[in-house]
Design a protein around this ligand. Structure first.
Ligand SMILES: Nc1ncnc2c1ncn2[C@@H]1O[C@H](COP(=O)(O)OP(=O)(O)OP(=O)(O)O)[C@@H](O)[C@H]1O
Ligand SMILES: [Mg+2]
Length: 255
């Protein structure tokens, strides 16, 4: 299962205006790990994910998926193995129907229409939106669009799922639903988010990015309870772990 492994080695990237967004990041992610990437606004999280997907390319350093380095030549393979759900689902949905959007990837890989249909129905079922298959994506609610965007990636049966802020702007029910989908994905997951409660629930490991560098990398239970560390990069302990605002009682002593 080496193709589920991801190796990021001494990655550097500056935008064309000279702004250095990624400044020497190294992270190694093993098969089946779920890793949350956190950091203040502008820390470099989305830039890192775009480098992972080969949407942009590093100035220095390398990314290796399984045994394959990410570069222009290997992109078709990388895009098949690594699926990214963008922060804004509208960046991912552009066909007349949800079905066509979810079929887009498999059709692009020239699968025959029977296999395409199997993949589409499998992905729609996984995210629980089979009933929306003939609807126009732009007419869906925010949560439905997010689920459809995830289905467009799952129809490619990726080994590694990369998600940028999967629960942002979702109501409680949609957020829980998306969390259920993420938990159900058993392969490698890399998720950036400001929703630390969600990450606490889904990711065993957390990496903190600050000013384009890795500030901490360790177990979620250690990092997400370290208020001093989180505070130093503009974050706070997940609400579910904070003391009661009324009586100050610690959450874990409530029972
Ligand atoms: N196209 C661009 N040109 C120049 N600088 C950019 C560009 N896109 C992003 N940046 C800068 O790169 C840095 C990292 O941005 P990035 O979007 O990766 O941060 P982020 O950690 O994802 O933040 P957020 O939590 O707000 O999503 C920021 O300082 C940002 O201003
Ligand atoms: Mg971002």
């Amino acid at each position: 299962m080496s193709h589920h492994k991801l190796e990021i080695r001494d990655l550097h990237f500056s935008y064309p205006d000279g702004h250095k967004a990624v400044d020497g990041i190294s992270i190694s992610v093993g098969h089946g790990e779920s890793v949350g990437i956190i950091g203040a606004n502008g820390a470099g999280k989305s830039t890192l994910l775009m480098l992972l997907m080969g949407i942009i390319f590093p100035d220095k350093g390398e990314i290796i998926v399984g045994d394959v380095p990410v570069n222009k030549k290997t992109l078709p393979f990388i895009r098949q193995r690594v699926g990214m759900v963008f922060q804004d689902p509208e960046d991912q949905l552009f066909m007349p129907t949800v079905y066509d959007d979810v079929a887009f990837g498999p059709r692009n890989y020239k699968l025959d229409e029977k296999d395409v249909e199997k993949r589409v129905l499998y992905a729609l079922d996984l995210v629980g939106i089979t009933h929306l298959k003939d609807r126009a994506p732009f007419k869906l609610s925010g949560g439905e669009k997010r689920a459809a965007a995830i289905a467009t990636v799952l129809s490619m049966t990726p080994d590694i799922l990369v998600m940028d802020e999967p629960t942002s702007a979702l109501d409680h029910r949609s957020r829980k639903k998306i969390m259920g989908i993420l938990k159900g994905f058993e392969h490698t997951k890399i998720i950036t988010s400001h929703d630390l409660d969600m990450l606490m629930d889904i990711c065993k490991r957390i990496v903190i990015i600050k000013d384009g560098k890795v500030l901490a990398d360790g177990l979620a239970v250690d990092i997400l309870t370290d208020s001093r560390l989180l505070d130093s990069c503009g974050l706070e302990v997940p609400l579910s772990l904070q003391n009661c605002p009324k009586c100050g009682m610690a959450k874990n002593s409530e029972k």
